[in-house]
Write a protein that binds this ligand. Sequence first.
Ligand code: NAD
Length: 378
Amino acid sequence: MNGVRRESGQVFVPPQAMEALGRAIFVRSGCSPAEAERIARRLTGANLRGHDSHGVIRIPRYAQWAADGTQVPNQTVELLLDQPSFAIIDGRYGFGQTIGEQAIDIGVAKAKAHGVAVTALRNSGHLGRIGDWAERAAARDVVSIHMVNVRGSLLVAPYGAVGRRMGTSPFCAGIPVAGGEPIILDFATSLVAEGKALVAYKGGKPLPAGSLVDADGALTNDPTPLYGTVPPGGYPDPNNGPGALRAFGDHKGSGLNFLMEMMAGALGGSGTAGANDEPKRRRFCNGMFSFYVDVAAFDTDNGFAAEVKSYVDFVKSATPSSPGGQVLVPGEKERATLAERTAGGLPLAEEAWTDIVATARSLGIAEAEIEQAIGGPA
Ligand code: NAD
């Protein structure tokens, strides 16, 4: 596939073109070529796996964050505490795509040496799709569980409330399967991730019913209560609206979200999403509290992979609830989307694509360079 193509009101961008344009944008934003490649590849990778909310739609916001100092290019983590099987890691507001890799590699190395490990990452830039981090650990045959909060991000109303008190705090776990694909469970504890509201706001896939609560307490799938009125040419800011996202699963999802704040925010040292009597929002960052288990240390009978595969088959043999339906295990949907989009390109709403190209232009990237990156006109 060469160049972007338009079909049914969408723009289809070849993954390599998206990565090339992303690289150019992040180099202009002050990232080293290696970091720019990492960010562009991971954001494109999120779209390839169907998580448009944590993909290239974030490029304009990331570029803005690099410009205003919210996220700092080319950072290296600092180990605030370095014990044999646990560590406290300061991400120093670096780009999450860089900081996440470094933090996971620390946790995995400790688990490989001691069987289990725990890491608390604080002050990280946006860590994007958390499944990336579970996949990185699984590739080294390490089970991992990640509890994430978003300090300074008040987007979600707790169960029974209208007012925002929580972020979209994702939970993620990865189970490696020797000789097979890992199981990756990865979801926001809000009914939808904020980026999915952004995608819908930009004309992409509509939200499920009742994803938001408006200022009057009515449930809606209209993303506008999250963003409020966006000035012409302005970028939708989810901090500005009068409504809120809702936690998934009523009191259960709201409770899980609360737990993320306790672990990643309070215990991990990043701080929770917010507090009473604070005149200013807390500085935005992701905190991530992670647990690692080396499969080799526990799998004394060497039966783990076979048991996982057997259970996957058992689950998938359940009769689908709708005719022709499929029973999937965590991570399967993403792999199917990856295969489809690698071949057919990333489907983007026209407005989302226009915003990315406009970001490139605003950073002084010449039209010829844009066209060279994407293999034709935008
Ligand atoms: P989602 O609702 O699409 O759920 C995804 C999970 O459900 C995956 O594990 C997937 O394999 C599984 N799944 C999907 N369909 C399935 C089916 N039919 N049968 C069985 N399993 C199925 O995810 P989401 O809540 O929209 O989250 C999207 C992304 O946003 C995640 O990658 C998350 O890490 C990310 N996120 C990041 C932050 C951050 O601050 N960095 C915040 C919120 C969310």
